[in-house]
Design a protein around this ligand. Structure first.
Ligand code: MN
Length: 490
């Protein structure tokens, strides 16, 4: 990267011009001058002028097609923290919206792992900031990505701390918000600092295997293209998508017991991605593929009918191609593709209407904020949060077809408390897919869950605390037990 600030700023203006044709560039220039003056004389550890960092942050946000207040706040994000300029000054010059965003980022401070107490406190602040305005966390992501890119200049223990935090906190949050692009970038930038040996190992084994596969995929691509044209499907794009872009997710896959570090068992090392105009075209394309190649049983996944909890939609299939070579296909519409890459951020895309926010993600954040207010104990809070965000999710259905999103290994009791606390407190049994099951059984994606209640049941059982997975169920069980204890003392 060029470290000349004028060159970088000109590049930013050019990007904004392309992605935001009607933007007020004078405002951007003003923000640049403002930040440049405020940071005058300050240097990064790399020796660069400090202003390079806020420009890079704004550049990321502009490429991500975030709205103008967010980009301007990106330019200004370190001004109140590191200089004499106040939020009030920013408000006077750039208006309330920009000032609120900057103050949101500043309040977050540096999310540093300094013992558990501080860590929990920072997480709490982050969730509150996210619930107030999700754009704050996007600025924080952009800030973190540039910091990770310049991590080589810091001492080793700092490198490890920042990279670990990015891997364990920031990336899962990006994933939960459905922003695959940011999740992937945070993980890959952190990987080599957190697991240096394994990083080297993957870098060494990958290219050979990849080249081999790529050659074959070129042939498959040609053949599929021809068949799609014959079938009259007007696909927009068919491209080879490599996991080389997402080394960390490949690494996690390699660690799975069934794969046991054997690269030849990773079938989706490279996949063919087909982007088509409509949902109907997705299914027709799947038909064409299965007509051409035999599908591998159990590997056809319909994430269109049942999207992943973070909103991801696509059809996936793995097929046997020529010479028995196994190839994965991902089929989606343009809209689904945008959603997969940008997630919640897609809704701030300048060209789209602003009110259209991913309601489900926002609801999830608001629930988190509620829980964190209820849980005074920091250790408890951290454990609950780890369970809730930093693990895989399943989705199950109510008898009327509503989707409920829960952590993996959730039980009918988690489900009951998710619906309503009185349903949880009075729960005596559960039917899953029309069969009676025990209350500590584990739910699976796609299960239809019906809770049997008894009005005479007045409080939950203490044992439930051992099997439930969600912090919501835990805190509700605890508070119901506490209440009943108080009553019995009277
Ligand atoms: Mn910064």
């Amino acid at each position: 990267m060029d470290t000349n600030k004028e060159i970088q700023f000109t590049k930013l203006l050019k990007t904004i011009n392309e992605t935001h044709p009607n933007a007020d560039l004078d405002m951007v220039k003003l923000a640049y001058e403002f930040a440049n003056n405020a940071h005058a004389g300050q240097k990064r550890k790399s020796g660069n002028d400090y202003i390079i960092h806020p420009i890079a942050t704004a550049q990321f946000l502009a490429e991500f097609k975030m709205d103008m207040p967010t980009i301007i706040a990106g330019l200004l994000h370190d001004v109140p923290e590191d200089t004499d300029v106040t939020i009030e000054d920013i408000k006077k010059n750039f208006g309330k919206e920009v000032a609120t965003l900057v103050s949101g980022v500043t309040k977050l401070g540096a999310l540093k792992y300094r013992g558990m107490e501080r860590y929990a406190e920072n997480l709490r602040r982050m969730f509150v900031a996210m619930s107030n305005d999700i754009r704050v966390i996007l600025i924080k992501f952009a800030d973190r990505i540039h910091n990770l890119k310049t991590l080589d200049y810091l001492p080793p223990e700092k490198q490890i701390r920042i990279a670990t935090e990015s891997l364990e906190i920031y990336a899962p949050i990006a994933d939960r918000l459905g922003i695959g692009k940011i999740k992937g970038e945070l993980e890959d930038l952190s990987f080599k600092y957190v697991h240096p040996k394994d990083y080297k190992w993957i870098i060494e084994i990958l290219p050979h295997k990849y080249k081999e596969k790529e050659k074959h995929l070129e042939k498959v691509k040609k053949r599929v293209t021809k068949k799609l044209i014959e079938a009259g499907i007007t696909f927009r794009n068919i491209s080879i998508h490599g996991r080389t872009k997402h080394l960390y997710s490949l690494y996690k896959k390699l660690l799975k017991p069934l794969i046991n570090r054997d690269l030849s068992k990773v079938y989706d090392l490279i996949a063919l991605r087909i982007i088509v105009p409509t949902v109907a075209d997705c299914y027709s394309t799947l038909g064409v593929l299965h007509n051409l190649y035999r599908p591998m049983p159990g590997r056809v996944k319909d994430y269109i009918a049942q999207p992943k909890p973070n909103g991801y939609q696509s059809l996936h299939t793995t097929v046997f191609t020529e010479n028995g070579e196994i190839v994965e296909f991902q089929i989606r519409t343009t809209e689904m593709h945008e959603e997969a890459e940008f997630g919640i951020a897609a809704h701030w895309n300048y060209k789209e209407n602003k009110g259209n926010i991913n309601k489900k993600s926002i609801k999830w954040i608001q629930e988190l904020v509620k829980w964190q207010k209820q849980t005074a104990d920091n250790e408890q809070f951290l454990n609950d949060i780890k369970l809730d965000i930093f693990q895989n999710r399943i989705f199950v259905f109510t008898p009327t077809g509503d989707v409920i999103d829960l952590p993996e290994e959730s039980t009918p009791i988690d489900f009951a408390y998710h619906v309503h606390s009185s349903i949880g407190d009075q729960c005596v049994g559960a039917r899953v897919n029309d069969h009676l099951v025990s209350l500590n059984s584990k739910l699976k994606s796609g299960d239809i869950v019906e809770i049997i209640t008894d009005k005479n049941r007045k409080m939950p059982s203490m044992d439930w605390l051992d099997s439930v997975k969600t912090s919501m169920a835990k805190s509700k069980i605890r508070s119901a037990l506490k209440k009943s204890k108080l009553k019995s003392y009277r």
